[in-house]
Design a binder for this molecule. Sequence first.
Ligand SMILES: *Cc1c(COP(=O)(O)O)cnc(C)c1O
Length: 299
Amino acid sequence: METPLQQLTDPFLQERQVALWIKREDLLHPEISGNKWRKLKYNLQEAKQLQHHTLLTFGGAYSNHIAATAAAGKAFGFKTVGVIRGEEHLPLNPTLRFATSCGMQLQYVSREKYRQKDDPAFLQELSEQYNQPYILPEGGTNTLAVKGCTEIVKDISIDYDYVCCASGTGGTVAGIIASLAGKKQVLAFPALKGGDFLQKEIEQLVYNFCGQTYHNWQLITDYHFGGYAKVKPELLAFMQAFQKQHHMPLEPVYIGKMLYGLFDLIQKGFFPSGSRVVAIHTGGLQGNAGFKERLGVEV
Ligand SMILES: *Cc1c(COP(=O)(O)O)cnc(C)c1O
């Protein structure tokens, strides 16, 4: 489970004396991409161990986690059930088409019902309905997921000062923080508006995993572009230029926003001269097809 580090050669970086590497977690697996594979790894082992035959999880209609769980179920011999927020829209979007092609059974629930996704009574109901599945929370984040995400930074062999990572539920960055155990500086870029709630969330996830509280990390909340899965022309323009220059595919929900933010921080002199930065490419490229279909924009 090692992934390459790609150094960016860029006159802009050279000028500001910041060295930047991208950890290409998007190359981890062709279908179970990036951090979702890291989050699933120990959960799949646990599900096998406990002799579950089915994985059940939650997500929106474009969810990377839904796609990854469907692919993982197919690859490792589990049935899969996706509880999807909102109504069914036909034809299925590319994410759900992919999920069903992997054999995932979809159950649509209203937005109100979906809010009960962590409610024990609703989980019990689903558990009975689907014959005692192994239940993964939305986004796949739990303690075993945090454990899997500790491995993202373990094979980095270069010396560095900062790690940057996009955040949704905070599970991925919690694993990175726990793994670094107080060393380096970690910057988490929330993909949601009002990402400050992640401060407590991430702290709790780290604590639940390793019983420690670390302070060498911070949230960078200024680069949500209006909210989850929302985009603006300047974001798309940045991504297009970046992809052309560095021959690296991006997606706009997490990675594009994080990199836009990171470059903006570099521009503003956030990083001392000589800083060495590793940014995690957490994958998620499967979402681009749906993005194009939904908004008609090429990413
Ligand atoms: C899900 C996802 C994230 C966010 O991960 P969390 O562990 O929920 O914070 C980041 N990047 C990509 C590409 C993702 O699919």
